[in-house]
Ligand binder design. Structure first.
Ligand SMILES: *Cc1c(COP(=O)(O)O)cnc(C)c1O
Length: 353
C-alpha cells in the first residue's frame, strides 16, 4: 500500500514563492499593480471587455449580480446541484432564488427545466460543473441574463471560445482547491465595461468623494502575484489534468461510467467523477479506495443540494437526488506523481463490486 493520497492538494512552486516574496519586499502589499496586471491578463484571455479582481468567488458572484443591476425582487435561476455560494450571493443581492434540476449526463443546469415553467425570471447563474459545458447559448436564447460560473472551469475551451466569454458576466475563484489559487480570491469579467465599472466602484470604500454604502471586496497584491504566477502554467495544468483523466478513464471498473463530455478536447477536468449504477456500489468503491489509502469525496452531498437547504420537494429534483447517491470524485491534481497515478489506476482495475 502507498500510504495516503489526499483528494486535493494545491500546487505551489518556487516561482510562486518568489513572486509572493517580491511583493512582501516591495513595501506595497494591498491592491496594486499585481491586481491590475491580473485583470489585464483576464481581459486578454477572454477577448476584451473588462475584469475586476475581488476577494473570493462568492464575492464575485454577488458583485456580478449587482453590476448587472439584479437586486430586490428579481428572480435568479440556480441549478440545485452546486455550491451554496450561489444561493448566498443571490440572497446578499436581495434577489429571489428559483431552483431547477440538472442534466443526468453532464450535471449542468437543464435548460428545458426552465422553459417548462411560466415565471418571470431575470437572470440565471450557469455553472460549468466540474468543468462540464453549461448550455450558455440555450439560456441566453430564453432572454435571461446569464452569469457564467467558471470557478471550476478556468482554462476550459468550448469550440474556439474560452469558457467565461459567452455570458453577460463570468466569475472565477482562486480558492485553495481550485484550478489556480492565491489562497483566496476571485474575479468578475464582462464584455460590457460599464458592468465592471459599477463593480469597481463598489469594491473599495476608503476616501471616496461621493458617499453611498460600499464595501471592501479587494484582493491583495500578495494573492494576485501568486495567482499571476500560477496562471503562467495554466497550459501545463490543463494538459496534466487531462492526461491523468485519460488514464483513469481506462481503469474504470465495469458497470461504472463518466460525466458525458469529460474526454472532449479543450474540456477542463476539474473533478474526475465516477458514476456508479447505484448507491451500494458507489459506497463499496469508496470504502475499497479508502482502505487502499486513496481519498475520494462525494462531490455534492444530498444535504448540500439547494432545494434541500430551502426545504423544497425532493420529488421535483430527481436527477440531482440520483447524482448525490451515485457520484464519487477521485484525486486529480497536477502534483500527483506518476507512481501515484499508476497506483490509483491499478487499484481501480482490481475492484470487483
Ligand atoms: C468555489 C466555488 C464558488 C465560490 O468561490 P469561493 O472563492 O470559495 O468563494 C462558487 N461557485 C462554484 C461553482 C465554486 O466551485
Amino acid at each position: 500500500m502507498m500510504g495516503n493520497i489526499p483528494h486535493n492538494k494545491p500546487w505551489i512552486t518556487a516561482e510562486d514563492r518568489s513572486a509572493v516574496d517580491e511583493v512582501l519586499s516591495s513595501g506595497w502589499i494591498t491592491q496594486g499593480t499585481h491586481v491590475a496586471e491580473l485583470e489585464r491578463r483576464f481581459t486578454d484571455y477572454l477577448g476584451g471587455g473588462a475584469a475586476c479582481a475581488v476577494s473570493s468567488g462568492t464575492a464575485a458572484l454577488f458583485l456580478a449580480l449587482r453590476g448587472l443591476g439584479i437586486g430586490p425582487t428579481d428572480v435568479v435561476i440556480l441549478p440545485t446541484y452546486t455550491c451554496s455560494a450561489l444561493l448566498n450571493a443571490v440572497y446578499m443581492a436581495g434577489a429571489v432564488p428559483y431552483i431547477v434540476d440538472v442534466l443526468r449526463d453532464s450535471f449542468v443546469i437543464n435548460p428545458a427545466a426552465i422553459e417548462q415553467r411560466e415565471f418571470n425570471a431575470k437572470a440565471v447563474i450557469a455553472v460549468h460543473t466540474f468543468g462540464a459545458y453549461a448550455p450558455i447559448q440555450a439560456l441566453s436564447a430564453q432572454g435571461l441574463i446569464v452569469i457564467e460560473d467558471c470557478c471550476q472551469s478556468l482554462g476550459g475551451v468550448e469550440g474556439v471560445k474560452p469558457l467565461g466569454s459567452r455570458g453577460h458576466a463570468s466569475v472565477f475563484s482562486f480558492y485553495a482547491t481550485k484550478i489556480i489559487t492565491g489562497g483566496h480570491g476571485g474575479l468578475v469579467w464582462s464584455a460590457q465595461e460599464q458592468v465592471i465599472d459599477r463593480i469597481r466602484d463598489y469594491r473599495e470604500f476608503d476616501c471616496r468623494e461621493f458617499y453611498y454604502p460600499r464595501f471592501n471586496f479587494q484582493l491583495t497584491d500578495i494573492q494576485a502575484a501568486m495567482v499571476r504566477s500560477q496562471l503562467q502554467r495554466l497550459d501545463d495544468i490543463i494538459i496534466r489534468r487531462a492526461s491523468i483523466a485519460q488514464r483513469y478513464a481506462q481503469a474504470i471498473p465495469a458497470g461504472f461510467y463518466l460525466q458525458s463530455d469529460v474526454a472532449v478536447p479543450g474540456r477542463m477536468v476539474y473533478r474526475f467523477v465516477i458514476i456508479s449504477p447505484d448507491r451500494n456500489r458507489r459506497d463499496a468503491l469508496r470504502a475499497y479506495l479508502k482502505a487502499a489509502g486513496i481519498h475520494t469525496i462525494i462531490p455534492v452531498e444530498r444535504f448540500e443540494l439547494l432545494h434541500r437547504y430551502l426545504g423544497l420537494d425532493p420529488a421535483e429534483y430527481p436527477v440531482a437526488e440520483h447524482l448525490v447517491d451515485t457520484t464519487l470524485s477521485l484525486p486529480l491534481y497536477p502534483t500527483l506523481t506518476e507512481v501515484e497515478v499508476n497506483y490509483i489506476c491499478s487499484t481501480l482495475e482490481r475492484f470487483h463490486a
